[in-house]
Design a protein around this ligand. Structure first.
Ligand code: SF4
Ligand code: SF4
Length: 379
């Protein structure tokens, strides 16, 4: 018996083409940069129903009318970080990450939510951010900074929840660099709010759409720059000309608005903290390595590592359900060589690592530029 589940129905071809090869579960292929695939399987529970392959099997079963325990299924589906690694590794181009998302959205529509996801929704409604941080603290990072008015701005800066609450130094550094380059930077302190990305990742589509529809009216400058890689697609969906700070930096270096010289004659090599932002379905490109190349910065870890970098546990709803597993994922991403500084461009990852006491030598991209280079700008 087939059952009408439209969100899953859209993936019917994928579901019946899966060969159960297990690449998306635990592939290891050094030459291709694969060293296990699924952070949830590796660091939470080695049980197939927590993997991309497992989500494909569950969706197939539901469409065929099999009765699955909804609470158990929800616990599995919402334990996914949404990192996109299963989808990137599937050798025949199937979409297990998106099937997992469709499962979460289907369960959310039916009102089957794990308590952790209900708590996330409540925090978002009450505090306006996934951290549950006091709303008044959202603009604290900007204290003492001078901003342009909305009418005269060339750039609107939106830090995103992670930079605003968990990585304020990165937000301040981004504004400092844009200002040095001659941008008139506006920050809409009175209306700055979450873009809804944590809700969307948790399958709460209606709640996310409500947060997202407020974005377009908040942007008044010709373009918007954000430090939140998870926020960027939401701004762009609203028709706003938006880019990440890394994009802006690459442009400013290319057109000479920023000129940088290393502060020391032999600058240290850095390690890159590759995020899964580029890989997430509907996600934003993370041009961190391109930005470091534009800076002339030597990097220790090879580019191949970026392709299948396993999630640090910051994203999706996994950390809402299983914070200890999310902490194990973070610990597993700490580079073995602890002598080199680490540079990341996703404040959500850096905030997650810092919360576990793991980010001592870590820099956001803008923080790193200010720490390692003498900066001359158009301003
Ligand atoms: S999206 Fe990431 S965490 Fe979720 S099942 Fe796929 S590999 Fe695992
Ligand atoms: S989704 Fe792709 S990688 Fe995963 S088991 Fe099926 S065919 Fe293999």
């Amino acid at each position: 018996m087939d059952v009408a589940l439209p969100l899953l129905e859209a993936f019917r071809k994928d579901l019946y083409h899966c060969s159960d090869c297990n690449y998306c579960v635990d592939a290891v292929w050094q030459e291709r940069g694969m060293d296990h695939i699924c952070a949830t399987i590796t660091h939470h529970a080695p049980v197939l129903s927590y993997s991309g392959r497992g989500y494909m099997a569950a969706a197939r079963a539901l469409l065929e009318g099999q009765a699955l325990n909804p609470e158990t299924l929800a616990e599995r589906a919402f334990s996914c970080t949404g990192c996109g690694n299963c989808e990137a590794s599937c050798p025949i181009g199937l979409r297990p990450t998106q099937v997992g998302q469709a499962l979460r959205e289907t369960l959310a529509e039916q009102g089957v939510l794990p308590p952790g996801v209900e708590a996330l929704r409540q925090r978002m409604r009450e505090a306006g951010n996934a951290y549950g941080a006091e709303p008044a603290g959202r603009t604290r990072w900007a204290e003492g900074l001078a901003f342009a008015s909305a009418a005269t701005a060339t750039v609107n800066y939106a830090p995103g929840c992670a930079a605003a609450h968990a990585r304020p130094a990165e937000a301040r550094a981004a504004v400092a660099l844009m200002t040095l380059a001659g941008e008139r930077v506006h920050f809409a302190a009175a209306t700055d709010a979450c873009c809804g990305a944590p809700l969307a990742e948790a399958g709460l589509r209606a709640d996310a759409a409500y947060a997202e529809q407020a974005l377009a009216v908040r942007n008044t400058a010709p373009r918007l720059v954000t430090s939140g890689l998870e926020c960027l697609p939401a701004w762009q969906r609203g028709g706003v000309v938006a880019g990440s700070f890394a994009h802006w930096l690459i442009e400013a270096l290319a057109d000479g608005r920023l000129r940088l010289a290393p502060k020391v004659s032999r600058p240290p090599t850095v390690q890159v903290f590759d995020s899964c932002a580029s890989r997430r379905p509907g996600g934003a490109p993370d041009p961190l390595r391109d930005a470091l190349a534009a800076l002339g910065q030597a990097v220790a870890n090879p580019p191949l590592e970026a392709r299948y970098a396993v999630c640090c546990g910051a994203a999706g709803s996994l950390s809402e359900l299983h914070p200890l597993s999310a902490a194990r994922m973070a610990a597993a991403r700490v580079p073995e060589d602890d002598r080199l500084p680490v540079v990341g461009s996703d404040p959500r990852c850096l905030g997650h690592l810092a919360a576990g006491g793991l980010a001592e030598r870590y820099f956001g991209l803008a923080e790193f530029v200010l720490a390692a280079f003498d900066v001359q700008g158009a301003a």
